[in-house]
Design a protein around this ligand. Structure first.
Ligand code: NAP
Length: 285
């Protein structure tokens, strides 16, 4: 896309390693143009060992803020002057505002996922039973988001059991764990309203599930959600769809966390009804 630059444009960026694949510049610049906000958003590769140097440069150069992807969501925390309570609970930050030389950290993946469920899949998590596959950073955000949204039960299954327990412990009274084996996954799938793939299985270049037969046990109408958006239709989603289930890929989460991030950067409300059609069109291309 073409970006109209002014000499007064406030600077934003995404940092990561690798980061060149990121869709955030596309989405954020499109929103700024649509809303007439005088900002420019860049893609900024940063090596982990140069994070401190980047942060000093961001303050010195007058950046308004930045997003963070792998490996910085956790690495950033010791450098921040303020951490909002949700980001502190998750131990992960994806949005940093730079205000008067101070770094303020937020996590918009968590509310972004709940917004994607509600707005893009028409699914209200309140009172629902969820089977959450995976226990990395994204799974933590999903678990806490679902917990705060009133899910009745979030069952976490992960290859490394101790990490599943740590995620379940984030939402006491709602979180529990299940073993990572075909038989248990099938039993748990039979008793859920929403199943979420928050592992990296199915992501381009990251390996695949050996066996997806547990999806056959899902109750009719259960929502099948995958956080992955590259590819847009994983084998997990394709199987769910073939079995007649509604599905949700990772693009709505990407879009919703970006909207919430821009609100943090600019301190102003971003009307979803104005930007969502623009973002959807870009993401469909
Ligand atoms: P992460 O912290 O590295 O966690 C990876 C998860 O995948 C862990 O639970 C890990 O299990 C599991 N896993 C990896 N290889 C496995 C295998 N061979 N068998 C079984 N489990 C395996 O990654 P993350 O940041 O949580 O991201 C997870 C996925 O969500 C990624 O695909 C990412 O692209 C996607 N994501 C999407 C968005 C979006 O905007 N749509 C945002 C964030 C993340 P162990 O704990 O046993 O290693």
């Amino acid at each position: 896309m073409n970006v109209t630059l002014t000499n007064t444009a406030k600077k934003l960026c995404i940092i990561g390693d690798p980061v060149i694949h990121s869709k955030s510049p596309l989405l954020q610049n499109a929103m700024c143009q649509t809303l007439g906000l005088d900002y420019v958003y860049l893609c900024q590769p940063v090596k982990a060992e140069r994070l401190g140097a980047f942060l000093e440069a961001a303050k010195e150069l007058g950046y308004a803020g930045f997003n963070a992807t792998m490996p910085f969501k956790e690495l950033l925390i010791p450098y921040l002057d303020e951490l909002d309570p949700l980001a502190a609970k998750l131990g992960a930050v994806n949005t940093v505002c730079v205000r008067e030389g101070r770094l303020l950290g937020y996590n918009t993946d968590c509310p972004g996922y709940v917004a994607a469920l509600r707005e893009d899949a028409g699914f209200d998590p309140a009172g629902k039973r969820v089977l959450l596959l995976g226990a990395g950073g994204a799974a933590k955000a999903v678990a806490v988001g679902l917990g705060d949204a009133g899910a009745a039960q979030v069952t976490v299954a992960n290859r490394t059991a101790a990490k599943a327990q740590a995620v379940a412990d984030l939402i006491p009274g709602q979180g529990r764990t299940a073993a990572w084996n075909a038989e248990t996954l099938a039993e748990e799938a039979a008793a859920c309203d929403l199943i979420v793939n928050a592992t990296s299985l199915g992501m381009a270049g990251q390996g695949e599930y050996d066996d997806l037969s547990f999806l056959e046990r899902l109750p009719q109408g259960a929502l099948v959600s995958d956080l992955i958006y590259h590819p847009a239709r994983t084998a997990f989603l394709a199987r769910g769809e073939a079995l007649g289930h509604p599905t949700l890929n990772g693009l709505p989460l990407l879009m919703r966390q970006a909207i919430l991030g821009l609100e943090k950067f600019t301190g102003t409300a971003v009307p979803p009804e104005t930007v969502v059609p623009v973002l959807k069109k870009l993401l469909e291309q």
